[in-house]
Ligand binder design. Structure first.
Ligand code: PEP
Ligand code: MN
Length: 284
């Protein structure tokens, strides 16, 4: 077998990844949200405060963006990391952001609470080893065309270097279907749970590529046992520099939260929102 440390056979109990007050992989569902990219300071701080009010546990935002076109917005790099750090200071929420290059791992690890390895880098073994040597949790997206075994093997690369804090993230795979950007592989969620002790979350935004499908796919992922959700939210999706079509407005995101609460409840997951009255759009 190619993966040992990541295997359920090696470790029976679920791994809990702890980031400050947030525990990924426990009873509580973890909701991570934010725009695809950090675009500018004011816009990011604005959305971070809105997301905090809605009750998300972690913020996301890319400072290094893997774009298909070299002419598309590539991210603000270190300036973006600075903005993420400011958002953390203001909201108290931890931040997750992507690293694409081994030369940036040290810098990103200094700013981020969780380091994201994007889909396109899931088999960048040098990068995986590098993030395996830092003491920050790693959010490992499934490769666009990766099998579940290849994805677990990628986690093994990180763990073999000494970093056992890995969160798996199903974000949709390439299939023959063109209606959606990718196909969310719901079956990967119970498969990872069966094969591994690592937590697994779902990213329905990059799977669907269409904002209107994000809520139904979120409900499906939670029902299938996902430990959390990674959702793209933008204050004004029409103006987004990246992935606007799949981004929810804060109001639509509040609706999504209200819809996943009963689903989480039905499958025995705690959702912090259950203790509050439903998120009211007026608060955002
Ligand atoms: C992202 O999270 O913005 C991203 C680029 O994701 P993926 O690597 O899954 O395409
Ligand atoms: Mn994106």
């Amino acid at each position: 077998m190619g993966y040992r440390l990541a295997s359920r056979k090696t470790k029976k109990d679920n791994t809990l990844v702890t980031i400050g007050d947030v525990v990924v992989g426990g009873e509580q569902l973890t909701v991570i949200a934010g725009p695809c990219a950090v675009e500018n300071r004011d816009r990011y701080i604005q959305i971070a405060l809105q997301l905090k009010k809605i009750g998300v546990q972690m913020l996301r935002g890319g400072a290094f963006k893997p774009r298909t076109s070299p002419y598309a917005f590539q991210g603000l790099a270190e300036e973006g990391l600075d903005i993420l750090a400011e958002a953390r200071r203001i909201t108290g929420l931890p931040v997750v952001t992507e690293v694409m290059d081994t030369r940036d791992v040290e810098t990103v690890a200094r700013y981020a609470d969780v380091i994201q390895i994007g889909s396109r880098n899931m088999q960048n073994f040098v990068l995986l080893k590098e993030v395996g040597r830092v003491s920050k949790p790693v959010l490992l997206k499934r490769g666009l065309s990766a099998t579940i075994e290849e994805w677990l093997m990628a986690a093994e690369y990180v763990m073999a270097e000494g970093n056992s804090q890995v969160i798996m993230c199903e974000r949709g795979i390439r299939t023959f279907e063109t209606h959606t950007r990718n196909t969310l592989d719901i079956s990967a969620i119970p498969a990872i749970k069966h094969l591994s002790h690592l937590p697994v979350i779902a990213d329905p935004s990059h799977a669907a590529g269409k904002w209107g499908m994000v809520s139904p796919l979120s409900k499906a992922a939670v029902a299938a046992g996902a430990d959390g959700l990674l959702i793209e939210v933008h204050p004004c999706p029409d103006e987004a520099l990246c992935d606007g079509g799949q981004s929810l407005t804060p109001a639509n995101f509040a609706d999504l939260i209200n819809e996943i609460v009963p689903v989480a409840d039905a499958v025995g997951r705690k959702c912090q929102y259950q203790t509050k009255s439903l998120v009211k759009k007026s608060v955002i």
